[in-house]
Design a protein around this ligand. Sequence first.
Ligand code: PLP
Length: 249
Amino acid sequence: MFEEVSQGLVYETLRTYNRVPFAAYKHYNRLMRSVSFFDIPFSMTFEEFVDILKKGTRQIDRESRIKVLLSVKTAELFFVFSPLNISSVEEGVNVKISKIRRIPDLSTPPSLKITGRTDILLARREIGECYDVILTGVNGQVCEGSFSNVFLVKEGRLITPSIESGILDGITRENVIKLANRLEIPLEERFVWVWELFEADEMFLTHTSAGIVPVRRLNDHLFFEEEPGPITSTLMENFEPFVLNLEEN
Ligand code: PLP
């Protein structure tokens, strides 16, 4: 597969809940968006896509993580199935601001989920003992983690960088926004400045494998000692039952 990797891959990471592939349609759509962006001669129906996901996850006797990789050059699609291993994140994780700035790259906008993004590769090298690192944009706005989206809470309001900040429109991010609306938590999607993170009451990350990940420490700033703040905790408690009842899954 070296040839395909060196030429670039469009990819998706999915997981199962109760052994059923979760949000398959959204992942399929995001994949197909990249397919049309690169004009890749690839067509697979959603039914075929789900069929492969179901067959693969049946081979694993617990929750699975699925990587779907599509070669930009050869249009070959690979599925990699593995057991889902999530380290315990409920007690909070440490993150830091990356030194890497997201450079606006018109040839491959951040809304495309592709391997080999230089900013992400460089930022990931800084992770070390941290869970993830946060990339900022050239204007100093918060963008996203190297594999996650960012949320903060200030005075009861939930705030997250808007799509225009230069981010991937994460599927977990979208579900958290829907959940916040359902719970009537006021929400702002806008440019967020780095200093706002340090002045926030709560902060968390979102990504498919782990859902909502409370941030305990950002650089040297401690958000909580024992338990995540009230809004993060409420969203965490409600997340799984909420998303499993969403009609589109
Ligand atoms: N941002 C980036 C750069 C990512 O790579 C990912 C996921 O891998 C996310 C955000 C979170 O997206 P999702 O919630 O769809 O997993």
